[in-house]
Write a protein that binds this ligand. Sequence first.
Ligand SMILES: [Zn+2]
Length: 125
Amino acid sequence: MAYCPRCATEYEDSARECIDCHLPLRPGPPPASLLERKRRPLRSDVKLVPVHVFSGGTAVMQAELARDWLESEGIPCVLPGEASVGMLPVLDVPVLVCEEDADEATRIIKEYLEANATPGEDETA
Ligand SMILES: [Zn+2]
């Protein structure tokens, strides 16, 4: 058995990615924490707080990757103005999560950024 880390849909072992989310599947049954989140979707009335702000020309892409990462850890998040992305240059893209998830999200995104840091890449060019 395999499952999608975002939507918790279960798949056969032979499946490689979620047909809806296009995320690589994880082996095993979906964890209870993910199913719990799925039953408790992000409501429109929750207080959202930014856990990180990406900036620069790749901000949107980076924010989307970070969102996928957070959601794979069971934390729903929101990128404001997502629907309008593509027409205008967006320089600052905050990643928003529920206030109650903020502490955990901050820790996860810090690990994510450290894991994806590429120090010195520009200097050697
Ligand atoms: Zn999915």
